[in-house]
Ligand binder design. Structure first.
Ligand SMILES: [Fe+2]
Ligand SMILES: [Fe+2]
Length: 183
């Protein structure tokens, strides 16, 4: 597997751990009425700072290269590119919802639950398409020189939650993810 795909694959494993925690948090809200505001805000913050600004743009470089060089009408890739765009809006909506709940503007958590559930299922479906369908297609199509070119275009930015240097403030979130992953 190329360096670029290895990194994206590792990200996916980490994102799935985050989805597991998000599912548990939705369950906490629906069954116990417990809402950990700071935890959800940390999750949203992370999604906006890494998956949306580093991971998806890295994939965009690779996907667009494939469209340009191999098949400009490759529908699975075109769809994934569109999803990078649509997936980026949901965390913003979740954050808006959280702020309204925090300020007391809205009491019901239904809208929040709906958005969290939508994000989790869209994100899992998206990752599965990449892992099962598109990454194998790239591996079978790209030459060594293609990967060399791709690697030269990729950012060195580290994952601020799962990478070597954790961003300050993510300690609680990381601990909750580790606890949730071992359950
Ligand atoms: Fe993606
Ligand atoms: Fe991805």
């Amino acid at each position: 597997m190329s360096k670029a795909l290895k990194r994206l694959h590792t990200d996916h494993i980490n994102f799935m751990k985050l989805m597991k925690l998000m599912k548990a948090e939705v369950e906490n809200i629906t069954t116990n009425g417990e809402l950990y505001v700071s935890l959800i805000l940390d999750i949203v913050d992370y999604i906006q700072h890494y998956p949306n600004t580093i991971h998806h743009p890295m994939e965009n470089v690779i996907f667009e290269y494939y469209l340009q060089k191999y098949d400009s009408d490759c529908q699975p890739i075109i769809q994934l590119l569109e999803e990078h765009n649509s997936l980026s809006y949901i965390p913003v909506k979740i954050e808006e919802c959280m702020q309204k709940i925090k300020s007391g503007e809205i009491q019901s958590k239904d809208a929040l639950i709906e958005k969290l559930e939508q994000f989790i299922s869209d994100q899992i479906e998206h990752i599965n398409k990449e892992e099962k369908e598109v990454f194998p297609l790239l591996e079978n199509s790209f030459t060594k020189n293609d990967w060399k070119y791709i690697d030269s275009k990729l950012t060195a930015s580290e994952d601020p939650l799962f990478g070597d240097k954790m961003k300050q403030g993510y300690e609680t979130l990381y601990k909750r993810i580790s606890d949730s992953a071992s359950n």
